[in-house]
Design a protein around this ligand. Structure first.
Ligand code: CA
Length: 345
């Protein structure tokens, strides 16, 4: 079996979790975050186990990786990270989380790599933090959990973050969170704000705003990573282009130098996190090609065992399996090559 690198693996610091508790008790807490938070911080054995796994950047995490056959985790801050705090608190907690993660990577360089947490609430500080995280802490990019206080990154005020990412040549993982305050209403019933539907709806919207807002015209080399087999985007590209052409024709919106799908195929990379379906992977391979798909297990939220079983057995060539499991991640994140797993399952 090829080296297995899982690239959407979550952690949190005690400080951030504690601050979530405070933010949730504020009367200004966003409705969606309040709904999410009730689950995240619920006092039951399931959430306690998840929390224990999220805060462990040492022996417990590595033992789980050994038991499930994961050689390396690319670790990032769990949703919604620091994006629900005021700018000063968010910026400080992101910086501290990046120091904690970098220290864990230094202790276990063969098993862990990391993506920086950023607080888009203060775009210029976030850009400087990305530079520090990559230049000094040797993190491999950043992860942003979709909207920040209901705002999306197509707003040019956030573009210093993209400018830094492009200059450093590191990717930004656009990870889901619950839908923004302006759209969460109908998602509050039946738990639809959650990962079963609302996450993809929210993040897919964010992707379309980035493309239509001209982010990739301004930053042609920017790389964005999407989890969950591309949040449904590979399935929709033909229809998006089709309706985009009509929209331009009837003057519903302006035109881009290229079709929306061309930006998606040029600037996005997707991961398999949480989607264990041969057909969904097949479609993604057909649409994006094997170079733009990476394996992710979504620890500790999904079954890593099921993710590995899926990726070990899905009907692709061994060359494709190797690229998805590790080759593409080694290249994109500039990871040291070589198998380091302590034990195989
Ligand atoms: Ca995740």
């Amino acid at each position: 079996m090829p080296r297995r690198i899982a690239v959407e693996e979550a952690f949190v610091t005690d400080e951030i979790a504690k601050e979530w508790g405070k933010a949730l008790s504020s009367k200004f807490a966003e409705t969606g975050f309040r709904a999410m938070g009730a689950s995240i911080l619920a006092d039951n054995p399931g959430t306690k186990m998840v929390h224990a796994r999220l805060t462990d950047l040492g022996a417990g995490r590595i033992a789980h990786m050994d038991a499930t056959g994961i050689d390396m985790q690319v670790i990032s801050i769990t949703s919604p990270g620091v994006q629900v705090f005021d700018a000063v608190t968010g910026t400080a907690l992101a910086r501290q989380a990046n120091d904690v993660l970098a220290e864990a990577v230094r202790r276990h360089p063969a098993r862990f790599a990391g993506l920086a947490a950023l607080a888009p609430q203060h775009p210029h500080s976030a850009a400087r933090e990305l530079e520090r995280a990559v230049g000094q802490l040797e993190l491999r990019g950043a992860l942003i959990n979709s909207h920040t206080m209901g705002e999306y990154l197509d707003d040019p005020k956030y573009w210093p973050i993209f400018e830094a990412a492009q200059a450093l040549d590191v990717p930004i993982y656009l990870h889901p969170r619950e839908p923004a305050p302006s759209m969460v209403g109908p998602y509050l019933d039946y738990g639809l704000y959650w990962a079963g539907w609302g996450f993809a709806a929210e993040t897919g919207l964010h992707v379309m705003r980035l493309i239509m807002g001209g982010v990739f015209v301004r930053f042609p080399k920017l790389k964005i990573i999407l989890g969950h087999m591309g949040e449904g985007m590979p399935f929709w590209l033909q229809r998006i282009d089709n309706r985009y052409r009509l929209g331009v024709k009837i003057g519903a919106h302006g035109s881009l130098p290229r079709l929306p799908s061309e930006y998606f195929l040029e600037n996005f990379v997707i991961t398999t996190s949480g989607v264990m379906h041969d057909g969904a992977l097949r479609l993604s391979l057909d649409v994006l090609g094997v170079d733009r798909i990476m394996f992710a297990a979504d620890y500790p939220y999904e079954s890593v065992e099921d993710g590995v079983k899926f990726m070990d057995g899905t009907p692709v060539t061994e060359e494709e399996r190797t690229r998805i499991y590790s080759g593409n991640a080694e290249k994109l994140f500039r990871l040291p090559a070589g198998r380091e797993r302590a034990a195989a399952p």
